[in-house]
Ligand binder design. Structure first.
Ligand SMILES: Nc1ncnc2c1ncn2[C@@H]1O[C@H](COP(=O)(O)OP(=O)(O)OP(=O)(O)O)[C@@H](O)[C@H]1O
Length: 260
């Protein structure tokens, strides 16, 4: 768990991104603070990944991003990497590394800082439940196992801000619940955690706040019950909630975990 050092705060002021001459994000303004599990939702192509990449400094953006009142762009790359951890949507790993070595990459920004890197690596391995295969090559894992290892790498940074692009997309229901619960605990311990989530049931259940993007702009922002309204779902996702019946049995819309 990230040691609490006061809640992180990020302010976005008119953030925009142009890719290939096309504006894919425009006028994104939001103040993000505690309690901080923020779900970034929206249809395919809405700009969710682009927003996270802009916050991580991986794509040029207009406007201003302030972290605890200071422009993020003024931080050195090393300091920014210590302050903002990023889990990319892409899960392919081509390096011939063990699971432990991959997780240890999360500590690179801290090299020479005198921190207990091993303890942070062990914490991340334990929290994501991947310690049992810590010595296996990453390339030998299943997609869901690899996804948890990459989440462990991002957690091992122990940054005050964690940006995670679809961290639970490849996970079975049990691990989805466990990892969303873990991210929420991190947020409640003081981190600002921003997650891209397509599963709106998980988003509603775990996130303190949802920001709905569509066509590069924020179209709704607030607590889950204020954002996930029937008209909003219809307008921006073109869906509505149903309670499917199979024979006489109603299928659940949500799941409960039965143990660790
Ligand atoms: N390098 C690029 N050059 C031009 N356009 C791009 C580039 N990368 C992404 N886009 C476009 O920007 C828009 C936003 O993409 P982005 O990946 O941020 O969407 P997203 O909301 O994360 O979508 P998804 O839910 O499908 O992952 C899309 O229309 C996409 O085609």
């Amino acid at each position: 768990m990230i040691p609490a050092a006061g809640f992180a705060r990020i302010d976005l002021e008119n953030v925009g991104v142009v890719l290939d001459g096309r504006p894919v994000l425009a006028n994104v303004t939001a103040s993000l603070g505690a309690p901080g599990l923020v779900g970034l939702i929206g249809p395919n192509g809405a700009g969710k990944t682009t927003l996270l990449r802009a916050l991580a400094g991986l794509v040029a953006s207009q406007g201003r991003v302030l972290m605890n009142g200071q422009p993020l762009a003024r931080l050195s790359p090393a300091e920014r990497a210590r302050q903002v951890a990023y889990l990319a949507q892409e899960r392919a790993v081509h390096w011939p590394l063990s699971v432990r070595e991959v997780v240890a990459l999360g500590r690179l920004p801290h090299r020479g800082q005198g921190h207990d890197d091993q303890a942070a690596i062990d914490r991340a391995l334990d929290e994501t439940g991947v310690r049992a295969f810590a010595d296996r090559p990453i390339g030998h894992l299943s997609g869901g196992e690899r996804a948890r290892v990459l989440l462990a790498r991002a957690l091992a940074v122990e940054a005050p801000v964690l940006l995670a692009d679809e961290p639970v997309a490849a996970l079975d229901p049990h691990h989805q619940l466990a990892m969303m619960g873990l991210l929420r605990r991190h947020a409640e311990a003081g981190a600002l955690v921003m997650v891209v989530v397509h599963d709106l049931i998980s988003a509603a259940r775990f996130c303190h706040r949802l920001i709905l993007l569509d066509r590069g702009g924020v179209v709704a922002d607030g607590p889950p019950d204020a954002v996930l309204t029937e008209p909003t779902l219809a307008t921006h996702y073109r869906v509505r909630a149903v309670f499917p019946q199979v024979g006489t049995q109603a299928l659940p819309l949500a799941w409960e975990t039965l143990g660790p």
